[in-house]
Each structure stands twice: as C-alpha cells, then as structure tokens.
Design a protein around this ligand. Structure first.
Ligand SMILES: Cc1cc2nc3c(=O)[nH]c(=O)nc-3n(C[C@H](O)[C@H](O)[C@H](O)COP(=O)(O)OP(=O)(O)OC[C@H]3O[C@@H](n4cnc5c(N)ncnc54)[C@H](O)[C@@H]3O)c2cc1C
Length: 464
C-alpha cells in the first residue's frame, strides 16, 4: 500500500483522500485553513471559517452523478447529508410543460439527487474522511515540492512536499487538490521541468446571489436555469429550509452591476414571473457578488512527455470553469473516483501511472469541461449581441435543435439532463441510436421564451 499526501482538504481533496484511504493507502491531507468543521454539521454555514475557499458561501448545486458515486462508494453518505438538512430533488420534476408524455422510463431513479449549502456538504465529507482513517493536518500550508531520483530523463520526479512550517513529508504520490489557485505549475517550473500546458480565460460573467430561508421551498414554476435576454437566473434549493437565487450577466454590461444592490436585485427577480416568489423568503445573506472567475484547463503530459512524475492534479486544481452549470463538485468527484481507479490499476511505474492518469482525465472528464466552455461562450456572445441591440449570433445548429427538442421530447430531455448532470458524456448521449432522429423531428420548433423584463425594463429596474 502506498503513502499519499493530498495538498488541499476541501470537497475534492477530502473525497479523493477518503476513496484512497478506504483502499488501504496511508493518506495525509495538508489543509491551509486551520479551523476544523463544527461538530454539528448544520452549524457549518455560520460557524466554519474557510478563507481558503473564496466561493464557500456561494450557491452550490450537487448533481445526480454526485449522489450516484456516493451511493457506489460510500453507502450511507447520502443519508448523512439528508440528516444534516440536505434535500432530495428530481430533475424530472422540472420537465418542460410542452412534454406531454410523462410516462416513467426504466432508470428514471438516476435523475434524483440531494443538495445543500456547500459548508454543510463539506462538513459531512470531512467527517467521512476522518472516519476512513485519513490524517487531516489543518493549518498546514504546502509550500513546494521535494524531488527524488528521476524515472524519466529530464523529467523531475516528485517525492514529497515542503510545508511553510519547514516540515518535509515524503510520499509515493502527491495529489494536488489545492483548487483553482493552485501553485503547482509554478512549483514544477521551479524544479526545472517543462511547464504544464495551461489555457486560462476570464469567463466574462458576473454573478449576484442571495440566500433566503422560509417554511417551504419555493415551487419550480420554470427551469432551474433560465436565460432571459441579457440576464440568466438560477434558483437553487439549499439545506434546512434555505435556498438561493442567482442572477448573472456579462461583466461588461456595466448598468447591470447595480444588481449588487439588494433592492435592484429583488426588483429584477420580481419582474420574472416564474421566479418572482423565490425572493419572498427571509434573506439570510446580502447580495454576494462574484466576478473575474477564470475558466482554466491544465494538462501535465505535453508533447507526449509527462512534465513530472510522482504528482497529479485533481478537481479544480486540474481544471475549473465558471459556475453557470453548477457541476464543479460533481466533475471533481468523478475525477477523484477515477484517481482511485487509476491507483488501483497500477502504481509501480511512475511514468506509466502519470500517462494513464492523463488519458483517463482526457477521455472521461475533459469533455465536460469543453462542453461547458462551448455553451458559456455561446451564451456570452448572445448576451453581448442583445445588449448592443443586435440579433443574437445563430449558434451551432445541432445545439439549437437539441435545445428546441428537449422542450418537447421526453427522451431528448432525459438525454440532455444526463449530459448536463454528468450522468453520461455529451457525445455518448448524442450518438445513441435514434437520439438525433428525435431531435430532427422538432428541428423547426420554436424555442420557449421564458417571460421576464425586456432590455429597457431591465435597465429601468437596475436604475440605469
Ligand atoms: C461562485 C462559485 C459557485 C460555484 N457553484 C457550484 C455549484 O453550484 N456546483 C458545483 O458543483 N460547483 C460549483 N462551483 C465550483 C466548486 O466550488 C469547485 O469545483 C470546488 O470547490 C472544487 O473543489 P476542490 O476541492 O477541487 O477545490 P477548492 O474547493 O477550491 O479547495 C482547495 C483547498 O485547498 C486549500 N489550499 C490551497 N492552497 C493550499 C496550500 N498551499 N496548502 C494547503 N492547502 C491549500 C484551500 O484552503 C482549500 O481548502 C462554484 C464555484 C464558484 C467560484
């Protein structure tokens, strides 16, 4: 069995560590933030300082694949999330009204999932990691890498981590779970190795979110994500009678920056008839604003050569996107499960291991990253054109046809939700026999225009 050091003890570091420890490996997490989760997980929202995670109090949705992996790997965890106040939801409950065939299908159970506020979810994962025997060193900051004898000419072999306290920990494998601001690329270059391949771009959106509480979760009268002209709305249940409302727009749309003001935010949501009742609860936060979120992708095999052996990146440390699709945690958990599988299938040859990790990441996880980037860029271009008063760009004809068909065909709807919620890779869904025929049957159908303020009304509501 191997000794493994995981740098970063947030949702994905904790999950990866738990899965590896349950296979018998000796796993240590180094987590920069000192505070442990509160004993009562339900207190985590108010009483757990986590400055290392900028988005700790931002709305987080969990997806069906997250629930399925927990069921496969950590039986009982979903019950523990529910005990901590998380709620069960079902994507089929938000099937568009134009779909008349509501007959259940085999496997519909897969669309059910639990979700809750991020601090609560993370506190439950933290407890599971400790129970699995993971040593979590909180208040310990990884500061750089140690190297040992190389296994590939000219490629550094990482054999340990240095901490800011001056400690040095040797391990058979170092896992970078330090999130979107990881310094792994810089650390590797400091060792004299080749730089990883990095693509990075500001997603261009600004998000305004507010949490509420009330005796009953508001009803979904429309889809959880609604595109209304130059804004998009996200309505999301949380745990323990809480929920959030998010409005996002292009950051370049300066008048809409006024959405950061409570009254403006509330008025805009109230002008959206399907979502207006979501701001009726008791607010438990101010409007939380997030901008400058990077879409960033890294690859650690460049021109056919690993940039290092002995170290791998998982979750946001590998790739991160803006949160529009709400799937970072789910994609990260898929990645953590694949890491455990890759460790299981062979660990003795460090070069072969890094190559295997690169291949499985590219095949099983990267497609979620690229599909989201494509969808976000299309939506951003649409927002920008509408803001300038121009017709929106036509968009990819296949994607447009799928979007129209999912509003009318129950199987196309299920397929799109499978891809959106990481139950299956987009290409796997779209290449299924008969899928595109069903899409084509609705190719000329019109999109469903979600009601909401037109541009002039929106500008008036935000006080521009
Ligand atoms: C505004 C916003 C909203 C989001 N909404 C959703 C959503 O609805 N659903 C969803 O699935 N995802 C969402 N995400 C994405 C999600 O937050 C991330 O995918 C997720 O947090 C990634 O987890 P991680 O463990 O990889 O990294 P992180 O959660 O970023 O954790 C990194 C950890 O590493 C620690 N660390 C950093 N440097 C060091 C160091 N040198 N030494 C030791 N420890 C270190 C940090 O303290 C932190 O604990 C959202 C993101 C944002 C920005």
């Amino acid at each position: 069995m191997a000794s493994i050091v995981v740098c970063g003890g947030s949702v994905i570091g904790l999950s990866a560590a738990t899965l590896l420890a349950r296979d018998g490996h000796r796993v240590t997490i180094l987590e920069r933030d000192a505070a442990p989760p509160p004993t009562e997980t339900s207190d985590a929202w108010e009483h757990w300082p986590r400055h290392g995670v900028g988005q700790f109090h931002q709305p987080h949705n969990l997806l069906p694949r997250f629930r399925l992996i927990l069921d496969e790997e950590m039986p009982g965890m979903v019950d523990r999330l529910v005990e901590a106040g998380c709620v069960w939801l079902d994507w089929l409950a938000v099937m568009p009204p134009l779909i008349r065939d509501r007959t259940p299908r085999d496997g519909d159970e897969r669309f059910r999932f639990v979700t809750g506020r991020r601090p609560v979810v993370e506190a439950v994962l933290a407890a599971a990691a400790e129970e699995a025997g993971v040593e979590v060193r909180r208040g310990t900051t990884a500061a750089g890498l140690r190297t040992g004898p190389g296994v590939v000419d000219g490629v550094p072999h990482v054999s340990g981590v240095r901490t800011t306290d001056g400690d040095e920990l040797d391990a058979d494998l170092i896992v970078d779970a330090m999130g979107r601001r990881t310094k792994l690329s810089e650390w590797l270059q400091a060792l004299g190795g080749q730089a990883p391949y990095v693509e990075s771009e500001d997603c261009g959106f600004v998000y305004h979110s507010r949490y509420f509480r009330g005796p009953e979760l508001p009803a979904f009268n429309g889809p959880p994500i609604s595109d209304i002209g130059t804004i998009s709305l996200l309505t999301l249940p949380g745990d323990s009678g809480t929920w959030s409302v998010t409005v996002w727009s292009a950051a370049s749309d300066t008048p809409l920056r006024n959405l950061r003001h409570r009254e403006r935010f509330t008025e805009v949501v109230r002008a959206c008839p399907l979502q207006a009742h979501w701001v009726d609860g008791e607010p438990i936060t101010d409007v939380l604003t997030t901008a400058g979120v990077l879409d960033r992708y890294r690859r650690f095999v460049v021109d056919g050569r690993p940039v290092a052996t002995g170290v791998v990146a998982v979750g946001d440390a590998w790739a991160c996107t803006n949160p529009s699709a709400g799937r970072g945690v789910t994609v990260g958990l898929i990645h953590a499960q694949l890491l455990r599988d890759t460790v299981r299938s062979g660990f003795d040859d460090p070069e072969a291991f890094v190559r295997a990790w690169d291949s499985v990441t590219e095949a099983q996880v990267a497609p979620y990253y690229w599909s989201q980037i494509t969808a976000d860029r299309a939506r951003f271009a649409q927002m920008e054109a509408l803001r300038r008063g121009e017709p929106p760009p036509p968009g990819d004809p296949t994607a447009t046809a799928i979007s129209a068909a999912m509003l009318r065909d129950p199987d196309v709807f299920r397929g799109v939700i499978e891809a959106a919620t990481c139950l299956a890779l987009p290409d796997e869904v779209f290449s299924r026999p008969g899928f595109m025929e069903k899409v084509q049957a609705h190719a000329r159908a019109r999109m469903w225009k979600i009601p909401g303020p037109d541009r002039d009304t929106l500008l008036r509501l935000v006080g521009a």
